[in-house]
Design a protein around this ligand. Sequence first.
Ligand code: EPZ
Length: 419
Amino acid sequence: MESFLIKGGVPLHGEVTISGSKNAALPIMAATLLTEEPCVIRHVPDLSDTRFMVQILASLGATVSFEDGTLRVEARKISDYADYDLVRKMRGSVCIMGPLLGRLKKARVSLPGGCIIGARPINLHLKGFAALGAKIEITGGYISATADVLTGNSLFLGGRAGPTVLGTANIMMAATLARGVTVIESAACEPEVVDLATFLNAMGAKITGAGSPTITITGVEKLHGAEHEVIPDRIEAATFLIAAGATQGEVTLRGARAEHLRAVIDKLGEAGVGVERQGANLVARGLGALKPADITTLPYSGFPTDVQAQMMSLLALAPGTSIITERIFESRFMHVSELARLGAEIEIEGPSAIVKGGKPLSGAPVMASDLRASAALVIAGLAATGETQVNRIYHLDRGYEKMDAKLRQLGARICRVEE
Ligand code: EPZ
């Protein structure tokens, strides 16, 4: 297994380009199953998650090529059955159910496992499919949804933690080929949902309201092929903005969209990291001493849960007490014990982490546990004195394209080594 070896204490300076959004690309890749005509998707990040989705599309019978960030898919004939092992290993693959149900009126996937950040149920996805007329069965670790006809319906998709992003994506995709009108109430408002709706409309779907809590889909007979460019990854951008602040550097992010990062930029300002728009770029620079800030993760446009761990690394450096409350997932504090190995003083109180910041961090070997926790450990290692080895970096490769190369471009002393 591979690790990152980081010699910290170097302020990051320079420019990097933000890659396409993983969380927009995955459902958009699944949406190409809705038509037998060829689709071209550009600005797809080269990650283990997107390469996994390429394998899943191919295992369903689609012809797929993926080179230099451009994905070409032709799903002329596809099966309703996705390889058990492939689907089980990546939670995001649950979003192939909507397109399969929409196009074939049947979908069968392995029950997506939970992961380290939470149980990750799909009850809301199934509620939506059933509202469109699908029969749901769970047998032998598989979940199947079948329907003679999909009929548009009005449904409330909010759950115990608010909207569901991939649940909204799944129902929206299935509803494009349903008979009649579907109205999704309490829909997710994330930019990735908007990007998916843009692609679906380019395919001939009739979707309005994406980005708002109420999305209306008027079913059509067929969808045709389309081309699309994926939006930049706002979580990658947030990660680099925070790394700039944690190392007291100055970093320019090419292609980052300020309008997708309002909550993050606001909190960074409170913590003493200035972020300003310069044309199509964002520039982050330390404004002197870091300051404590309180964070609560919320559905979009609130502070994103996918940036919680990275922000904790920054606030561990800010003299004073910061309180971070995680409202989306039930166990997304796996990074706390590893940050403590670098000298951070953090106590968990139920859904909150109390960060007593300001002690200097010093390098140590740490273990990545999930995608965003890995990013938090890299940020902490960049700010710590001495050497930090972040092990099991495969977690990070799921969602960050060439992170070590981009950080080296900014002057970081980081290299990838065999553990
Ligand atoms: C998407 O996951 C993202 N993944 C996650 O990013 C992100 O953290 C999450 O949205 C929240 O923003 C992709 O887009 C591939 P949810 P998703 O359904 O759609 C509960 C990353 O680091 N829920 O919005 O699976 C659920 O348990 C990843 O890039 C139900 O109760 O998340 C959670 O508490 C991690 N029933 C909350 O809703 C359901 O049927 C939000 O989950 C579905 C979800």
